[in-house]
Design a protein around this ligand. Sequence first.
Ligand code: GLC
Ligand code: CA
Length: 542
Amino acid sequence: YQLHIKSFFDSNNDGIGDFAGLISKLDYIAELGVNTLWLLPFYPSPRRDDGYDIAEYKAVHPDYGSMADARRFIAEAHKRGLRVITELVINHTSDQHPWFQRARHAKRGSKAREFYVWSDDDQKYDGTRIIFLDTEKSNWTWDPVAGQYFWHRFYSHQPDLNFDNPQVLKAVIGVMRFWLDLGVDGLRLDAIPYLIERDGTNNENLAETHDVLKAIRAEIDANYPDRMLLAEANQWPEDTRPYFGEGDGDECHMAFHFPLMPRMYMALAMEDRFPITDILRQTPEIPANCQWAIFLRNHDELTLEMVTDRERDYLWNYYAEDRRARINLGIRRRLAPLLQRDRRRIELLTSLLLSMPGTPTLYYGDELGMGDNIYLGDRDGVRTPMQWSPDRNGGFSRADPQRLVLPPIMDPLYGYQTVNVEAQSHDPHSLLNWTRRMLAVRKQQKAFGRGSLRTLTPSNRRILAYIREYTDADGNTEVILCVANVSRAAQAAELELSQYADKVPVEMLGGSAFPPIGQLPFLLTLPPYAFYWFLLASRDRM
Ligand code: GLC
Ligand code: CA
């Protein structure tokens, strides 16, 4: 469960969410049925990139509380069986970080200057793409104090650290140890493909970058064997695979599956399973002790970097007709507005998220179907205050509305009067309660988290069907059949399941038994946008 402290709950009514507020809402998160919290950056920062522009690594932004609050939060989360993942943003810092201030004043070529990447001209590494296309013209920015250009893959106020300087790696490992010593369970490695630059390359995924990650992992293995690294590498599957490392996995334990995400939306738009089955086919095996992280939405734009130009235009036209909804190479909208509040489609995509191979990541508020505000700057429109109740500011804060860190959503369809935790908690049919049930059902079966995946190929391409299968150490096998209709019309499909002849498909949400599987193709009909999860049970166990 991914969330921003700033936008979750404000305990002291200054208009900004804080650690104490988050602690008071931990029961809500635990009751949702998730097991891990991923916190967006909460460190001192000018917040020109919402905290990914870090000005001090080993501290808490005073708006959010103190180190003592952070410590208390970790203890309270652990008490409820929740693990904590925080951000390790090491590709860049804020230009306000003392390392950068020291570097720009230091002598050329000195160790202090070399904490960052400098050049006398802005043509070096010109084979490198620009990521924040809407705001940046170049990956170089002139620094009048240093009298040189500095390198940045993101905003021009975010200079990239120089991992060719061994002192940088040492300092970064110090930061990592600081948070692990505090009790953090996992670290999301932000923007990890861009650590090292080399002439004549595109400066992404370089072997030397992987060496840095191996050094970081070695530190974890030596001193923190029960902790976890999660890679944010927005890359094609074959370029992401190396972030799990070689052999037993000697880099990150987990990595986000960026190419799968847009293809779930693509399948829905085209009413065809092909985008999903195609990317799953291209997804390489990963070491047994590694795992994908999958997601539908997060705090960033829905990125369309990992699709072709044609697919991007298709998705933009379908999901972001309003140009304000577009930013860089993506779409700055939340899940519910993307799917036009169509409960069937929200449930369908969520069912895929919860049944595909990998650890599902939920973005705060999406369990309510929260809306967004495309008129806010940058990606702030998907980072608005959590909607707790119909009270002032959606129950997020009792501050004057003008003081809030971001304006809450207030329109009649998505506003906090309509969409909020309190109302949905009381409504047995709410999206919130549906999500809780889905998470509870998912948890009962190991096959979702650990099982293998095999896609079926019914001739009706509007039907996506796959088998998740897991055998535990005692030889007990769980087989789950997932079937989804990605089209807006009712469909029938014949599934070749003869290898499971005699098994009885039991629908997992309601527990109804379907006719036993035989030698002939298994016929299923599905209403528009419907999905089924079946446990294939032995007849004698019925
Ligand atoms: C990562 C973050 C994003 C941020 C960027 C630059 O991609 O997810 O929010 O803007 O890094 O710091
Ligand atoms: Ca506050």
